[in-house]
Design a protein around this ligand. Structure first.
Ligand code: IMP
Ligand code: MG
Length: 181
């Protein structure tokens, strides 16, 4: 699988070291607060798992399933929720965890839906990666692992056509492999 990468951006040890730093900040910021973490599946699976085992707070964890890519390397434009209702986060502080902030459509839609269905005390966003680009929706992340160029990346939860999620590192996929064949 690693041979399919044009270049590696972040090795596993680099990602885990960054998880340590993010977790320390989150632990301080949410100390004494009722925290619910909402993880956006499937992309955030590996990240949220490494992040949260470093956060020694009595938090709750909910997972939601959202898709905006359908096999390609460009967002489809529509955000599809796989569940009918969102977790009940009324009266709680919410930290949404996702793999990557790209166009912003997914995280914007998740924030809107959470706020429409419940009354959270606060909503913040934590992403492992943030692409350097102009976003289509007005959304930003409060906790960011790494800022990257506007390239299609895979690994550590991020997929191309559901593959490469289990790569322990993050890298740029070779261009010829992203052309549908
Ligand atoms: P957005 O709605 O355009 O911000 O895209 C968010 C979702 O698209 C992320 O949660 C990822 O699942 C997926 N995505 C965005 N960029 C990439 C990428 O470079 N590689 C793999 N998945 C990506
Ligand atoms: Mg995702």
């Amino acid at each position: 699988m690693q041979n399919d990468l044009e270049k590696i951006l972040f090795h596993e040890r680099t990602i885990l070291a960054r998880c340590d730093e993010l977790a320390r900040r989150i632990t301080v910021d949410y100390h004494g607060k009722e925290l619910t973490v909402v993880a956006v599946m499937n992309g955030a699976l590996l990240f949220v798992s490494d992040l949260l085992r470093r956060v020694p707070l009595p938090l709750k964890l909910d997972c939601i399933s959202v898709a905006s890519y359908h096999g390609g390397t460009a967002s489809s434009g529509t955000v599809v929720f796989d569940q009918l209702s969102m977790p009940d986060v009324s009266g709680r502080h919410v930290l949404i965890v996702d793999d990557i902030l790209d166009s912003g459509r997914t995280l914007h839609a998740v924030c809107e839906k959470l706020r429409a269905e419940a009354e959270p005390l606060s909503v913040r966003i934590c992403v492992l990666l943030k692409k350097d680009k102009i976003r289509e929706k007005p959304v930003d992340a409060d906790y960011v692992g790494f800022e990257i160029e506007d390239e299609f990346v895979v690994g550590y939860g991020l997929d191309f056509d559901e593959r490469y999620r289990n790569l322990p590192c993050i890298g740029v996929l070779r261009k010829e492999l992203t052309i549908a064949g």
